[in-house]
Design a protein around this ligand. Sequence first.
Ligand SMILES: [Zn+2]
Length: 345
Amino acid sequence: MQLPREVIVGRGTLPRIKEVVHRLNLSGSALIIAGSTSCEIAGKQVQDMLEQTGIIVDTLIVDAVTSKDVFMVEERIKAWRPRILLGIGGGTKIDAAKISSFRQGVPFISIPTTLSHDGIASPLASVKGFDKPYSIMAQAPLAIIADTDIISQAPWRSVISGCGDVIAKFTAVRDWRLAHEERSEYYGEYAASLALMSAKLVIQNADLFKPGNEEGLRVLLEALISCGVAMSIAGSSRPCSGSEHMFSHALDMINCPHGMHGEQCGVGSVLIAYLYKLNWQRIKDTLKRIGAPTTANELGVTDENVIDALEKASNVRPERYTILHKMRPDRETCEKVARATGVIR
Ligand SMILES: [Zn+2]
């Protein structure tokens, strides 16, 4: 089980990188992976602060993140031999740092500038161009520094997406339990409770998620970090990723452009909760209150795309047993579910 050693969350916490590297006894060289925007808003500051501690820093800007970019980062790691990698940016930049550092045997520090999904603290990474359309096991961050002054500058839509990704844990945990009951899969009560508690917290605090409200950002950050820890404890993405995530991955594979990861998982969770006869209306109402999409139209996809994605979702991960693998809903049933929940008209 790999867990972060330092988690620092709050306003103006970025300068605390200096005390973190001191406590972790890091010296020598460091490599920063950031996007061009995240480099401007946080990367340069981090570089200056690390240099003040005597660490020699190199920064690599990556904008689109595909397997090719990961290989490029790995080449830089081999040439530069840093003691530590720092991923600064949204989910994709952190995933690029996470996976390349893991493949090269270097620890990494996660410095999120957006809160769009739970990858900021998890040991899993998802990068386009690798053989799987979903997240694969890499390594947990050694430390996480989340400065809400910086995160509050990100587009509001990314916060909505992060909320959707956390709310989706309701059905993810249900699928995990189903696999345990019917397929004797390992099920960890503690990891499952941690993921569920995060989802409950986001639902109970739905009214806090408003632009400019720092308290809402903190609640979401803590929920996303707890989800990452739940995956570390479980040793897989099981507590956080079930059939609603397969629905989102299936949408990614069908149609372009489409919604953000967490937005799609939120809608997926409404559909899957209906199949489980759970309180799907409550999930939908919360998404609405937060301002998250609840229909195909709001996701920017067609009704057909939603039906297609739900029908094909179980093929995304045939080995991960969920309600979709149990029920194998045909096209007609998928359409009925989407209509009954108001996802399509
Ligand atoms: Zn997710």
